[in-house]
Design a binder for this molecule. Structure first.
Ligand code: NDP
Ligand code: PYC
Length: 337
């Protein structure tokens, strides 16, 4: 199959143009293009350019506000509130980060609550905005009901992503970011498009029987990672980033949208910590001790999460992003629509 290589800025410009033509304001078109191209750049295809069509469907269906102007509110407490006003989450997150960093530096820890947003993206770009500021971060959000609790057979939880980051000045940060289902739903869709079967243990069909057929999995339910442990973490995310922040849980988000082919709307919770403030001088420098731990992990031959991603990023920055003929055809088609 013919391949085309674009620089990161060429690809970003193409994606931004598609979003602007769809009626999104420059604020949102730019933020979406950055996060989607970051997915391609870092070889995270489940949240790369394949997501463009879902975003456009959501705009066309009138389920996201294309010109929302997020509102950031702070007071003297540790909670920063960002009202996304029905728009995509990415610009809302970017606008709230300076206030979250300021509160965290002042208080040692702080939280950002994003309400009323449409959220389809990976969480690591958000976490990296915190580690860049030398903060430890955690982020989580519901999605739409597509995962059965362990012991059950019907979609209830979302694929509920959970991400964590630890800053490593002078080095790539320690970042993990995963769906609390065995894999992101985007992976199931990519298997379906490629005509590939799923590994066993990822999903059940609409009758609750194990399946390796991606379409049957999309019609049925995915399974949590790690059995009852992932199931419990997924429930925690529904509670903290849905119920606790006064926003939609995954079943409520699905009920609002009525289908899983649109980007889900709900809220998000982000927690930030200043790592210099907790040990209070005990047991040495936390940043140096963290490095000892990372060395012990890699010293066994294990890799750190995000190492694959950072390697892909360095390659893309040097050589560009390579897309196949189908992906290029999709970009051309969407540009012309
Ligand atoms: P993966 O299982 O592919 O990866 C999860 C994490 O584990 C990554 O940080 C990855 O790093 C790391 N990792 C993978 N293999 C190893 C290994 N052998 N050793 C050490 N670390 C490893 O991710 P998922 O499919 O679960 O999720 C993909 C994306 O989907 C996430 O970015 C998530 O935010 C997003 N998502 C978004 C949702 C939303 O509603 N917005 C819903 C669900 C998921 P590396 O990348 O370097 O491989
Ligand atoms: O890949 O599971 C997923 C997902 C759901 C919403 C956005 N991404």
């Amino acid at each position: 199959m013919t391949e085309t290589t674009l620089t990161i800025s060429e690809l970003t410009e193409r994606v931004r143009e598609i979003f602007e033509r769809s009626g999104l304001t420059p604020l949102h078109a730019g933020a979406l293009a950055r996060v989607i191209v970051a997915g391609e750049r870092d070889a995270c295809k489940s949240h790369g350019i394949y997501r463009i069509e879902g975003c456009l469907r959501t705009v066309k269906a009138g389920k996201v506000s294309p010109d929302a102007e997020p509102d950031v509110a702070t007071d003297d407490t540790a909670i920063v509130r960002v009202d996304a006003k029905g728009g995509f989450s990415v610009a809302a997150f970017e606008m709230g980060v300076p206030a979250l960093a300021e509160r965290t530096q002042k208080l040692g820890m702080a939280a950002m609550v994003i309400n009323d947003c449409t959220h389809f993206s990976a969480l690591w770009p958000e976490i990296e905005m915190l580690t860049e500021r030398n903060l430890v971060g955690m982020a989580m959000c519901p999605s739409y009901a597509s995962v059965a609790p362990t012991g059950g057979t019907e979609a209830l939880f979302g694929t509920n992503p959970f991400a964590f980051g630890w800053p490593r000045p002078g080095n790539d940060p320690y970042v993990f970011d995963f769906a609390t289902s065995v894999a992101a739903r985007g992976e199931i869709e990519l298997h379906r498009r490629a005509g590939d079967q799923l590994p066993e243990g990822w999903a059940v069909d609409a009758d609750g029987n194990p399946t390796t057929d991606p379409q049957a999995a999309l019609d049925g339910a995915m399974l949590p990672f790690g059995g009852h442990k992932g199931s419990a973490i997924s429930a925690m995310i529904e509670l903290m980033a849905g119920v606790m922040i006064g926003d939609l849980t995954s079943p409520e988000s699905l009920a609002k949208l009525g289908m899983t082919t649109l980007s889900p709307s709900h809220g998000e919770l982000i927690l930030a910590f200043d790592p210099a403030r907790f040990a209070a001088g005990r047991a040495g420098d936390p940043m140096a001790r963290a490095e000892t731990l990372f060395d012990a992990i890699t010293g066994q031959g294990a890799r750190l999460p995000s190492q694959r991603r950072f390697a892909a990023r360095k390659k893309a920055q040097a050589d560009g992003v390579t897309l196949n003929a189908d992906e290029m055809a999709m970009l051309e088609r969407l540009k012309a629509e």
